[in-house]
Design a protein around this ligand. Structure first.
Ligand SMILES: Nc1ccn([C@@H]2O[C@H](COP(=O)(O)O)[C@@H](O)[C@H]2O)c(=O)n1
Ligand SMILES: [Zn+2]
Ligand SMILES: [Zn+2]
Length: 626
């Protein structure tokens, strides 16, 4: 069972039994419902990844997103080749958040030590930095010292600097901007802008977009004497202009003030959604989801010798791109956009490659991932989860929601300082620290990082009057958005079915996940609505129920029966310490706070003991539900 063509399972890690995704051929009875039709190629074509967060092994428990980084490497190579054959341009872009979300990136002492060399095996044309590259000083330095050097002027970090130990100065991580000419002659000026992030360590500095646009280098770049046919704006920012974290508008306004008609094509991220926003008749922006579930596609035409240096094919695949950004657009620019599901079926379909899809490089990358996973014991099974628990597919208080179903019982059982076990305790966390649904079946070392990837230390204040402590959750959840910059993103996805109308029950979702998907079955997944409507998903889905959840959760343990305690130990992640203190009010100061168990016991450390404690039934014969 050597290759993937014979319907065999892909590289199965026997110890792990975690590659649950069968490697399938398009058209086979096992193939998932696939792409709706060929992509529309333009004169310039972009593929976009964002918020990959270490998911380079793919979604081992979700067939629909089961391709790995090796498969993706093969796909990008084939797409480049196809562009060359068509005589058009192709650019691959990434908009950051490369760590925090999977064992491959987070199970090493410094995040990314194993995953980053694998990530960087793909030849991106343009990349920019995310906030997750800046929380931890060592990670920021790794990006500065290794990857910025490797990626050179393709890594655009227009408003992010890192402290250089050698020069003792803060310096741009990568390049501020890049002016270049594509193979087919399009002259591009590109920038890479992070949102106004303030949670970075002191190893870095983030310059607010409104200040960055005043800097000389930026003003020089937008007033350049060189011809610019297209501005490309990358950024770890949502593309929707109404989103609170959006800073593209600031940069976009500056460019537009000088270049009234030049197209500006935007690639965003951070809010983890599929989205496409129209800025004006010559400017659109895409955001390509999260966690290697989505690959964004934007194509653009309208270049001619009158408005650019473009000398490639006029009509790449025989038909012209016909969709203008706005209904009344008088500009020459036409676009297409598509959100591709991250699976081999999709990749094979769009490269018409069927049995011959795999490349040597791709197979080698897949092998590297398999070896790394084995070396890191990522497939080691710690328990057999009896149910699936999700973050937002059921209401926050539903027993199958991950917070009441797993997180609260787990912290109650595991987060306990023996010397204070007789004290009543309240544990408060930010919901944004819990990153992914937990699936019924084998709970692996990897799943620990998938669910709770951060190293946020459990800290506490002893003996807080209960009437004070019990107000904190409510106050935290009332906090302003700016204050909650670190907390979970407000859930504003349009790609969901209304929870009250036609929502799938969790049971339905289970059944769907368990069902062999044939071509005629529409599967559960994103049903995206964006500025152009509902036709952006490459593979149609039924939509995912999505209930909004608060920004914080609280759990109580060791309470006396039938009454409230006089005092409690108030425990919380160090990540939210500042805000807990603010909401406790006067009389509470940081010198009252100390580590609860010890200063190395973090949010990475409570799920595995809980799985060992609670999920041992059927451990040797744990049914896989994917
Ligand atoms: N140490 C940390 C760091 C981050 N978080 C949570 O992640 C959110 C940001 O994630 P994005 O992928 O959207 O950039 C942040 O708002 C926090 O909720 C954390 O809990 N601990
Ligand atoms: Zn992210
Ligand atoms: Zn982010």
């Amino acid at each position: 069972c050597g290759g993937d063509d014979d319907g065999c399972y892909g590289p199965i890690d026997k110890v792990e039994h975690v590659r649950l995704v069968k490697r399938i051929q398009p058209g086979s009875p096992d193939a998932p419902y696939g792409p709706k039709g060929p992509l529309e190629w333009g004169q310039i074509n972009f593929m976009h990844t964002t918020d990959t967060h270490g998911w380079l092994a793919g979604h081992l428990k979700e067939e629909n997103y089961g391709a790995d980084w090796g498969d993706f490497a093969t796909f990008t190579r084939r797409m480049r080749q196809k562009a060359d054959n068509l005589g058009v341009d192709f650019l691959l872009v990434d908009t950051g958040d490369l760590h925090d979300g999977a064992g491959l990136s987070d199970a090493t002492t410094i995040d990314g030590t194993t995953s980053m060399p694998i990530f960087s095996e793909i030849e991106y044309d343009l990349l920019t930095i995310g906030n997750h590259e800046l929380y931890v000083a060592e990670v920021a330095k790794q990006m500065f010292n290794e990857y910025a050097k490797k990626w050179g002027d393709r890594y655009l970090t227009s408003n992010v600097k890192v402290y250089n130990d050698a020069t003792k100065q803060y310096e741009h991580v990568g390049a501020t901007h890049r002016y270049f000419t594509t193979k087919q002659g399009i002259r591009i000026m590109a920038f890479g802008v992070l949102f106004d992030f303030t949670g970075n360590s002191n190893a870095s500095q983030v310059i607010k977009a409104k200040d960055m646009v005043k800097e000389t280098w930026f003003q020089d770049a937008i007033h350049t004497d060189k011809p610019v046919d297209l501005f490309v704006l990358l950024g770890h920012n949502p593309v929707r202009q109404t989103d609170y974290a959006n800073t593209f508008t600031t940069v976009w306004n500056e460019i537009r003030a000088v270049h009234k008609n030049t197209p500006i094509t935007i690639f965003g991220g951070h809010s983890h959604i599929r989205d496409f926003a129209v800025y004006d008749q010559a400017s659109v922006g895409i955001e390509a989801g999260r966690y290697c579930e989505t690959l964004g596609w934007v194509s653009q035409s309208g270049f001619s010798k009158c408005n650019s240096g473009y000398h490639g094919a006029k009509k790449p695949d025989g038909k012209k791109l016909s969709r203008k950004a706005t209904d009344n657009s008088a500009a020459p620019w036409a676009y297409s956009r598509r959100y591709l599901d991250w699976n081999r079926n999709t990749f094979m379909y769009h490269t018409s490659s069927d049995k011959n899809f795999d490349s040597q490089t791709g197979l080698e990358i897949t092998q590297e991932i398999t070896t790394a996973r084995k070396d890191m014991n990522l497939g080691e099974v710690y328990g057999c989860a009896p149910e699936t628990y999700c973050i937002s597919c059921v209401p926050f208080d539903d027993p199958k929601n991950i917070f009441p179903g797993v997180i609260k019982p787990a912290v109650n059982a595991v987060v306990l300082n023996e010397t204070r076990k007789d004290k009543a305790r309240m544990i408060i966390g930010n919901t944004g620290a819990i990153r992914f649904d937990l699936y019924k079946g084998p709970f692996t070392y990897d799943d620990n990082f998938v669910v709770s990837p951060f190293r946020d230390v459990f800290r506490y204040i002893p003996d807080v009057p209960f009437d004070k402590a019990s107000q904190v959750l409510g106050l935290l959840n009332k906090g302003t958005v700016a204050k909650r910059e670190f907390a979970s993103m407000p859930i504003t996805r349009d790609d969901c079915v209304d929870p009250l109308i036609g929502a799938l029950t969790l049971r339905d979702m289970h059944q769907e996940r368990g069902t062999v998907r044939r071509q005629e079955t529409i599967t559960s997944g994103y049903a995206t609505k964006d500025d152009w409507g509902t036709d952006g998903d490459d593979t149609e889905h039924t939509g995912i129920p999505n209930y909004s959840i608060p920004s914080y959760w609280e759990s109580r343990a060791g309470f006396p029966t039938g009454s409230d305690p006089e005092k409690v130990d108030l425990i919380f992640f160090d990540f939210i310490e500042k805000y807990v203190l603010q909401d406790l009010g006067s009389g509470f100061t940081s010198d009252m706070v100390s580590c609860y168990i010890n200063c190395t016991f973090t949010s990475q450390d409570f799920m595995l003991p809980y799985a060992k404690l609670m999920w041992q039934d059927n451990i040797d014969n744990c049914p896989i539900s994917a």
